[in-house]
Each structure stands twice: as C-alpha cells, then as structure tokens.
Design a protein around this ligand. Structure first.
Ligand code: GLN
Length: 279
C-alpha cells in the first residue's frame, strides 16, 4: 500500500486511534526512513515499504505503537520495549521526579516490579551518585531491563533480582543486600500492577497486548500494595521513604494500609498518582 501522511492518519483514526497524526508520522519515520520535517512538508508524497504495511496492519488491530517501534522514551531516556514488559507511561515520570527531589547524595534505591527497568534506570541516569537494586518476577522482563540498563550506560550501578514481590522476594532481597553490603535503602520505589482483575478487559484495546501480570492487581487492585507496605518497610532506613505509583482512585485505600505518615502527590492531570510513605 502507498499512503500520503494524511491518508495514513485518516486510516489510523478510522480504527479508533486518538493521536492518529502523530502516530502516522512515527510510523513513516520509522519504516520509510524519513524525518518528521520531510513528512509534514511533503503532504502529497506517497510513502510505502513492506515494513510500513506490516506495521500499519498491526496498529489497526490496536497492537501498541510502542511494541511496533520496539523502543519508547521515558523521562528523556530511550527504553527498549516488547510484549515482555509494560510500556513505560508518562504518568510514572512524576514518581521519578518526586524521588529525585528527596534522594540524598549517594543513596541506594530499590525498585519493586521493575519491568522494563524504566524507573530505576531513569533515576540512575539522572544521578550518577545513586546505586539501585531492582526486583522483577518475569525473567524475560529482567532481560529487557538489563538491556535497557546497558543502553543507558547505568548497568554498573544496577543489580537485578528475579523474585516474587508477593512471595519470598523480600527474603531474597535481604540475602542480596547482605552480599552487597547494603544495610538498608534510602527509598523504595514501585509502580506495581494495580488494575482490579475485572476492569482489565474494559480498558483500551492496546492493554490486551501488554503482559497481564504487569497490570493485574488482584480482585481489588491492592494485592501488591498490601505486600509491599507490609514487607518492604523493613529494608528502608529510618528517615527514608517509600514512593508508590497508584491508580487515580486508590489513594485512600493505599494510605489506609499504613499507620505511618502518608502523603498523596498528584500528576499534571490533577489525578492522585503517587503515595509517599515516610519512615
Ligand atoms: N516499573 C515498570 C513501569 O513503571 C513496570 C511496572 C509494572 O510492570 N507494573 O513501567
């Protein structure tokens, strides 16, 4: 098939894709080797390639653009993404910003449910003085996180641990901390799965292609917060804190899981997005 930029945008829009113009430009850039300026100024030019055809077909099935392109930007860093990990969301950048505001020099952080590694890696890249451990259950996601750490030049300061945050993850983490001479973390960060199981199928069709284990927070969406708040405060130093991304309607429930001081931080859209629990 051959498409002008406009024709491709119209096709994507007819399949329910909201930001169709931006996505049309992304696809032409990636699969016809064009740059954005050339696409926008050559409105009549017909673009074609076998790769573009395959990508457009997939995108019209609402397969995520990020997986088609194979990489995505988060907090100014490039991350490789695949069906093995959640796509990093701009909503999560607020958690990174909050962490950067409070982390003292030479802090050691821990990222639970790291997925692509985006939170830990963005923090390490922004602050060369930091070190991190990151925990993830999926071994295929761990491989992506490692690749992303290398891509962003922070792999010498990140230790990845394959473990289940809901089961014996905390014990494995403590063993690893002892081996690495880390007495405690300054901050534990996490964007755990938090969608109630029954809600997953009602969301945007793209989410059907993301790993269910990265989205599913159990019957009430709070399964991971319960385990994290109960088990992981023990690895944080006094005066440190925990920063948890939450769904927009979960602030009250997550704050109720602890007796410690809990502060809710909103995102740019005005939604509750992060809970900070201080130790
Ligand atoms: N921490 C990763 C992210 O924020 C993965 C989160 C997850 O799998 N729930 O994108």
């Amino acid at each position: 098939m051959m498409y002008t930029y406009r024709e491709l945008a119209d096709l994507l829009q007819s399949h329910g894709i909201a930001d169709a113009k931006t996505e049309a430009a992304w696809l032409i850039c990636k699969f016809c080797g064009a740059d954005r300026a050339a696409i926008l100024t050559n409105g009549q030019k017909k673009w074609e390639s076998a790769e573009l055809d395959a990508a457009v077909r997939r995108r019209c099935e609402r397969y995520p653009l990020q997986y088609i392109i194979g990489e995505w930007e988060f907090f100014g860093c490039t991350f490789r993404v695949s069906e093995d990990c959640l796509i990093p969301r701009p909503d999560t950048e607020i958690l990174v910003e909050e962490a950067l505001k409070i982390l003292p020099q030479n802090s050691v952080i821990c990222d639970l449910c790291t997925g692509s590694g985006c939170i830990a890696i963005a923090l390490l890249k922004a602050r060369p003085d930091l070190r991190a451990m990151a925990v993830e259950l999926s071994d295929t996601a761990i491989k992506i996180a490692l690749e992303n750490a290398r891509l962003n030049g922070v792999d010498d300061r990140l230790i990845l641990l394959c473990a289940d945050v809901l089961a014996d993850g905390v014990d494995k983490l403590k063993t690893l901390m002892a081996q690495e001479n880390i007495a405690s973390f300054d901050v534990v960060v996490s964007n755990p799965p938090y969608i109630p199981t029954k809600d997953i199928s009602t969301l945007e069709p793209e989410l059907a292609f993301e790993p269910k284990m990265a989205l599913d927070g159990g019957a009430d969406g709070l399964k991971f917060y319960r385990s994290i708040v109960k088990n992981y405060t023990s690895v944080i130093r006094g005066g440190g804190c925990m920063l948890l991304e939450i769904g927009a309607d979960q602030a009250r429930d997550v704050c109720a899981l602890t007796e410690r001081e809990a502060v809710v931080i909103r995102d740019l859209g005005g939604n509750d997005r992060v809970v900070r629990i201080s130790l």
